[in-house]
Design a protein around this ligand. Structure first.
Ligand code: GTP
Ligand code: MG
Length: 192
């Protein structure tokens, strides 16, 4: 994908602000700190477009980036942030649910799972929840550079078990650090 133009559009804190202009949206979901903002930056070849942080819980709103004036990338707040208050967790749930329920007609979700952590019960719950809402999901295993090649297939297998996926091949290993898997991810997204 040739990135000609990327524009930060807005951060939505509630459903009123969601963008519904008919353009396709690709949303990035996953645990806090899994590497959503980093992956988005890598895909868009911009270093600091979406703010990344070594501290979890950085992204708290639904952030829209318009790419080539043709589609949106949407950085969603992460789940499973251990230090989040109960109220924070509830508002996360409401925000994501509203976004998935009433956002774009053409919505694709990229679910990120940390390759090193091999997925958590929360990832399994998120996958199931998104599926119950009828959203198409593409699963990627992030930070694959942190695993030696000998440990990779085991990690992907574990993630597939977590999510109850039949095909390990359905999980795409990626690294925002080295760029591994990035071209494949663009191809899977099929944005033309
Ligand atoms: P929240 O916004 O808090 O939900 O986090 P996030 O999912 O957006 O994660 P973020 O992109 O901020 O990355 C979290 C940490 O993981 C940062 O320290 C990144 O540098 C690191 N990281 C992200 N992607 C990779 C990767 O592919 N490889 C390695 N080695 N580190 C990564
Ligand atoms: Mg983030």
């Amino acid at each position: 994908m040739k990135i000609k133009d990327v524009e930060f559009v807005l951060s939505a804190a509630s459903a009123k602000q969601f963008v519904r202009d008919g353009l396709p949206q690709v949303a990035f979901a996953g645990r806090s700190n899994v590497g959503k903002s980093s992956l988005l930056n890598r895909l868009l070849q911009r270093k600091k477009l979406a703010r990344t942080s070594s501290k979890p819980g950085r992204t708290r709103m639904v952030n829209y980036f318009l790419v080539n004036k043709r589609f949106y990338f949407v950085d969603l707040p992460g789940y499973g942030y251990a230090k989040a208050s109960k109220t924070d967790r509830q508002s996360w749930g409401v925000l994501i649910e509203n976004y998935l329920r009433e956002s774009a007609e053409d919505l694709r979700l990229v679910l990120l799972v940390d390759a090193k952590i091999e997925g958590s019960p929360l990832d399994g719950q998120a996958f199931e929840y998104f599926r119950s809402l009828g959203v198409a999901q593409l699963v990627v295993a992030t930070k694959i550079d942190r695993l030696p090649r000998s440990k990779r297939s085991r990690s992907l297998k574990k993630i597939a078990e977590r999510l109850d996926l039949e095909q390990v091949d359905d999980i795409l290993p990626v690294s925002a650090e080295t760029g591994e898997g990035i071209d494949k991810l663009w191809a899977e997204l099929a944005l033309g």
